[in-house]
Ligand binder design. Structure first.
Ligand code: PPS
Length: 312
């Protein structure tokens, strides 16, 4: 499947035609989830591949064999991509499925499902920089032009997979409607990888011994994954991902946006963030670290698996 220049528009959201077709997107929205499924949900560049690796290692009790011999898309295929059905049919054992779809497109399929949903969110400034660099190397995404040009499109949601704001708000505001939901932030994974792996193992009810946990943590570190051809996308031919233009495992840092953003761009994002998130009670940990946008009055700590909320 080439279609490198094709954009597939589905429910007003653009998707790269290289991996998506109308049929594959319809397949995703009508998917029959099983209660034993684990579903990784992310906006692009938010820690998708990392969570795929963590889950693989949790399920294999820290044994890296599968992580080092099977590409991530074969272990945790993207639901909306054309090959998903074939991969799932060929798999045995509990299914791990990945998706970048917004909540409203998957909500009907997920209704009444007991599938375990893990939502990974990342600071939108770092997401925009990571996404910009990925556009430069991925020949199935449009040429991003300058960062300033890309950022304007990104803030309007006029990029592939749609608006970061709609994605994050859609999924987190419906966390309570999903029976088994774990919310985790990329920043938390960077700050406390062992704790994050433990959180995932607890959520998947797949306890690890201390040795297994240490092994899992070791193999999903940035440095291990950077060298692992099964997750660093070097298996993808040059004409599809141009590896001379960058690396998929690029920096893996929190706050790297500071090396790209001007002060003006940072202010613009803060303003758009404030206006777009007024109807959201979500308080990101990175907000606390960087600047508190709204006063922290009270956390809802009754359910550790759902996003923390602030009563403003
Ligand atoms: S994609 O294309 O949507 O699947 O991309 P995604 O996997 O969501 O995001 C890629 C970014 O995640 C970083 N990454 C990691 N950071 C820290 N530690 C580990 N182990 C790790 N694995 C992936 C990757 O480097 C991309 O971020 P940037 O900022 O570009 O480095």
């Amino acid at each position: 499947m080439a279609r490198l220049d094709v954009t597939e528009t589905f429910h007003s959201i653009m998707f790269p035609g290289h991996m998506h077709t109308k049929d594959s997107l319809n397949y995703a929205t009508n998917f029959e989830f099983q209660d034993t499924d684990t579903v990784i949900v992310t906006y692009p560049k938010s820690g998708t591949t990392w969570m795929q690796e963590i889950i693989t290692l949790v399920l294999s009790k820290g044994d890296p064999t599968i992580a080092q011999t099977q590409p991530n898309w074969a272990r945790a295929p993207w639901l909306e991509q054309y090959y998903c059905d074939d991969v799932l049919k060929a798999s045995n054992g509990p299914r791990v499925i990945t998706t970048h779809l917004p909540y409203h497109l998957l909500a009907p399929a997920l209704q009444n499902s007991k599938a375990k949903v893990i939502y990974v969110a990342r600071n939108l400034k770092d997401v925009s920089v990571s996404y910009y660099h990925f556009h430069k190397m991925a020949n199935f995404l449009p040429n991003p032009g300058t960062f300033s040009n890309f950022l304007n499109h990104f803030l309007k949601g006029a990029v592939h997979y749609g608006s970061w704001f709609d994605h994050v708000k859609g999924w987190t505001s419906h966390a309570k409607d999903i029976q088994n939901f774990l919310y985790i932030e990329y920043e938390e994974m960077c700050q406390d990888l062992q704790g994050s792996v433990q959180k995932v193992s607890g959520f998947l009810q797949c306890p690890l011994t201390e040795d297994e946990l240490n092994l899992a943590q070791k193999h999903c570190s940035f440095n291990s994954m950077k060298e692992n051809a099964m997750v660093n996308y070097t298996l993808i031919p040059q004409e599809i991902i141009d590896h001379s233009k960058g690396k998929f495992m690029r920096k893996g840092k929190v706050g790297d946006w500071r090396n790209t953003f001007t002060e003006e761009q940072s202010g613009l994002v803060d303003d758009v963030y404030s206006s777009q998130m007024t109807d959201s009670s979500l308080l990101f940990k990175w907000e606390c670290l960087e600047k508190t946008v709204r006063p922290l009055m009270s956390f809802n700590t009754s359910e550790s698996h759902t996003p923390r909320t602030v009563l403003a």
